[in-house]
Every structure is written in C-alpha cells, then in structure tokens.
Design a protein around this ligand. Structure first.
Ligand code: FEO
Length: 172
C-alpha cells in the first residue's frame, strides 16, 4: 500500500502529466496557426503520449490500493513567436518533468518503497528520450536558421511521427 505522502505526490504528478498533455495540445494549435502541419502533428502525438503517462500512474495508484484524486488543470499559454520558441519551451518543460520524477524517486527510496521505485524507473528512462528528442529538434532548427526551405523540410520530417498505443502490459 502507498504511504499517504507518496499517494499525494503521485496524484500531483498525474495532474502534471495531464497539464503536459494540455500544454502540448496548446502548442499543437499554435503550430497549426503558423502553418507547420508536420510539427503540429508531432505535438499532437506528444500530447497523446502524455495522456498515457498520466494513465500509467493512474493505474499504478489503484494497484497499490491508493486513491486517485483529480484536481483542476492549469491553463497553458496559447501563443509562441516561432517554431523554435515552441520547442525551446518543450525542452524547458521536460526538464521540469525530469526533476519532478527524480524527486518522486527520492521519496520512494527514502520510504524503502521498492515497488514504487521500480515503477518510476520507466519514467526515469523515458525522460532521457523526452529531453533528447526536444534538444535534437532545437539543434536542427538552429541550424536551419529560419531558411524557409529548411523549415519546410523539418516540418515534413516532424509530420512522420505516429502515436503508438502502449501494449496492455506496459500500461499496468
Ligand atoms: Fe510525461 Fe513528457 O513527460
């Protein structure tokens, strides 16, 4: 069974994962308004992935005999000046997520809750990929230096991203 403190912390992280999804949906809309349909698609997939992160935690809290308490979700920004600014905010946001997961892990370890620390290991690994993906896109956008044909090529590449529903065994 989860301690009350871990239950509360996991509930706060469920809320933050849902906020992440909401933020990325806002970015998806902003990119659509800039006519970057590929990047907008990339961001929608990102938003859907965040929903699966929230769902993973939601299921885990129940499995550990905890209670899920959903709270209101903060309002995300709605405008960014460029595609680069959007991805810089993605990177900034993912670094915050990484720090939050790390704090959760420290709490689980301090309580010797090995089931929770084992569960959180998936998120630790996921965050390496999340940060790396955003950083790679930022680096490429900086190289493109606002050249229209380069931006169009980037947009086409980002448009190839597809959402894959996690297998049932990974959702638990
Ligand atoms: Fe759920 Fe992008 O971290």
């Amino acid at each position: 069974m989860l301690s009350k403190e871990l239950e509360k912390a996991l509930n706060e992280q469920i809320n933050f994962e849902l906020y992440s999804s909401y933020l990325y949906m806002a970015m998806c809309g902003a990119l659509q308004s800039m006519n970057f349909e590929g990047a907008s698609n990339w961001m929608k997939v990102q938003a859907m992935e965040e929903m699966t992160h929230a769902d993973k935690m939601f299921n885990f809290v129940f499995e550990r005999d905890g209670k899920v308490m959903l709270d209101k979700i903060d309002c995300p920004p709605s405008e960014w000046p460029s595609m680069l600014a959007v991805y810089e905010d993605v990177y900034k946001h993912e670094k915050i997520v990484t720090a939050r997961i790390s704090n959760l892990m420290e709490l689980a370890l301090s309580e010797k809750d090995h089931a929770t620390s084992s569960f959180l290991q998936w998120f630790i690994t996921e965050q390496i990929e999340e940060e790396s993906n955003a950083k790679t896109i930022i680096d490429k956008l900086k190289m493109a230096n606002n050249a229209p044909h380069m931006l169009l090529m980037m947009d086409m590449e980002l448009g190839k991203r597809q959402f894959t529903m996690p297998a049932a065994s990974e959702q638990a």
